[in-house]
Ligand binder design. Structure first.
Ligand code: FAS
Ligand code: PHB
Length: 392
């Protein structure tokens, strides 16, 4: 078994792990990142699309904002469509803030490029990763690489390994509580190199189901339709997708949709999940390793960013001042923002989707919610302040 030491061992090379590694590197704290898959595999995943201004600021702090500011699309609002009509939510007017559309794939690419430029150590293709003794005196991580066993001794372990990672599962059952809600539908999403139907996003509530018109650039569109959990990608031809999408949009929008061949098509289930706490001795859970939200509120990636912010502040204080106050507060601070975003994502999801078993009463309540939010300045303001992201 080979042995080495570092200050922070980061498990996971997604946005959480890479952003934490980049921020730590910026203040001279060494971190080694482990991932079970290759960099290309990670860059091949299509996920989030909307960045809150707080996330943009953190990426700037990490020194990876250049391409984001030149290629990202700044959006001052978005539309909600129901009853055949578009209702604009002006984020800029309601909050003074905007969001930026810039795909998670590009965020991850920028972080990979910055890490490689700094010569930081990342080890991909690892197996059997085990966070160990994080409650004791010798926190370390063991893993296999090409059949050889390795051990990394460290001061801290950052579990940035996503919902299906090992870090959360390394915690004894009696030390952790989990909360979960599964939704009775999924999102079928496509990517196509066609111009977006509108400059800003359109979230549609339609009797046939939810639809979302998004984009990655001025010539690459990202669309979603709500689908059943029994649906399979193979049963959705491009023609079927485009027809269904247009049926769920107001006529003026449907007529403007540019169709074309999709080059990515996938179905994602929707769930809400939170684990408490998020810190176990020298192990800190970050991002999807600790929580999952339905993508309706565009919060997943942005919550990962605020977790990273809180953990980075704690590690900076520990190494600079020898104090662990901010580290001790990590779980409480992160979970306070997580639960508020989980609530918002749940609320957006129940307001915009059609639930298969809904009662007529619940359907009327959903319609009343939509009308109230769109007609009430207070309702719009609440929607807007949550969408741009509550303060870190
Ligand atoms: P990630 O899951 O991105 O990264 C975890 C990393 O850990 C992966 O690279 C994985 O290979 C690695 N790993 C796992 N187990 C390991 C092990 N045992 N050893 C070593 N490495 C291991 N969010 C939005 O805001 N909007 C969206 O539209 C949206 N769409 C999504 C669609 C899908 C299908 C999914 C799954 C998520 C979506 N999300 C969306 C949420 C998503 O963007 C996450 O919030 C974001 O990827 C979180 O980043 P990480 O916490 O880094 O976790
Ligand atoms: C996306 O562009 O992938 C996207 C945008 C907003 C959401 C979810 C997904 O709420």
């Amino acid at each position: 078994m080979t042995k080495r030491r570092t200050q922070v061992c980061i498990i996971g090379s997604g946005p959480s792990g890479l952003l934490l590694g980049q921020l730590l590197n910026g203040i001279g704290i060494e971190a080694i990142i482990l991932d079970r898959v290759s960099k290309d595999y990670i860059l091949g995943r299509v996920r989030a699309g909307v960045l809150e201004p707080g996330t943009v600021a953190l990426l700037d702090q990490a020194g990876v904002g250049k391409r984001l500011h030149s290629e990202g699309l700044v959006h001052d609002g978005f539309d909600i469509a129901f009853d055949g009509t578009l209702h604009n939510v002006s984020l800029k007017e309601l909050t003074g803030k905007s969001v930026t559309v810039y795909g998670q794939t590009e965020v991850t690419r920028d972080l990979f490029d910055a890490r490689e430029a700094c010569g930081q150590i990342s080890i991909h293709g690892v197996e059997d990763v085990r966070p160990t003794d994080f409650g004791g005196a010798t926190p370390h991580v063991t893993f296999l690489k090409d059949g050889v066993s390795h051990r990394i001794d460290c001061d801290f372990i950052a579990g940035c390994d996503g919902f299906h990672g090992v870090s959360r599962h390394a915690v004894p059952d009696e030390a952790i509580r989990t909360f979960e809600k599964l939704y009775p539908f999924g999102w079928l999403g496509i990517l196509a190199d066609v111009p977006p139907v509108r400059h800003e996003l359109v979230y549609a509530n339609h009797p046939r189901g939810f639809a979302l018109c998004s984009m990655r650039s001025c010539d690459r569109s990202r669309y979603y339709v709500q689908c059943s959990l029994e649906d399979r990608v193979e049963s959705w031809s491009d023609d079927r997708f485009w027809d269904e999408l247009r049926r769920r949009l107001p006529d003026s929008v449907a007529e403007a949709v540019t169709t074309g061949p999709s080059f990515e098509k996938s179905i994602a289930p929707l769930r809400s999940f939170v684990c408490e706490p998020m810190r176990f001795g020298r192990l800190f859970l970050v991002g999807d390793a600790a929580h999952i939200v339905p993508p309706t509120g565009a919060k997943g990636l942005n919550l990962a960013a605020s977790d990273v912010h809180y953990l980075f502040e704690g590690l900076r204080e520990f190494y600079a001042e020898g104090s662990s106050g901010a580290l001790d507060a990590y779980s409480m601070r992160a979970l306070d923002r997580v639960w508020k975003a989980v609530r918002f994502s749940w609320w957006m999801t129940i307001m915009l989707h059609r639930f298969p078993e809904t009662s007529e009463f619940d359907q009327r309540i959903q319609e009343a919610e939509l009308h109230y939010v769109m007609e009430s300045p207070a309702g719009r303001a609440s929607l807007a302040e949550n969408y741009v992201g509550l303060p870190f």
